[in-house]
Write a protein that binds this ligand. Sequence first.
Ligand code: AMP
Length: 117
Amino acid sequence: MTIFEKIVAGEIPCNKVLENDKFLAFRDINPKAPIHILIIPKKHYKNIQEMDPALMGEMLSFIQELARFIGVDESGYRLVTNCGENGGQEVMHLHFHMLAGAKLYWDKNPSNPQSTF
Ligand code: AMP
């Protein structure tokens, strides 16, 4: 069981921001931006490559609701999902990172290892 599945099961606490029956948003324990929230489906998918495409619409609605809820829908944010080894995925339960709260750096050189956030 991944750490995020344990959070969904209530076995590990999280700093919850928003929740519904299918999705959970909570603060990243090691924030890379002033606001760094993780959005996960409660059902287990390893990553976006294995996710049921039919769930994407509902997940997008939840993400948009989250952005309104924390007040970044107008100011903007970055949404990232790391997939697999080359994508830098560490926790093998699908999650999106919502990064916000500042104008975020964007390195146009994709081979720069510092360019992720
Ligand atoms: P990734 O590298 O895309 O798999 O991202 C995993 C993220 O999960 C990292 O940003 C970690 O800081 C974060 N993380 C790991 N464990 C926890 C936890 N217990 N609560 C909140 N965030 C976590």
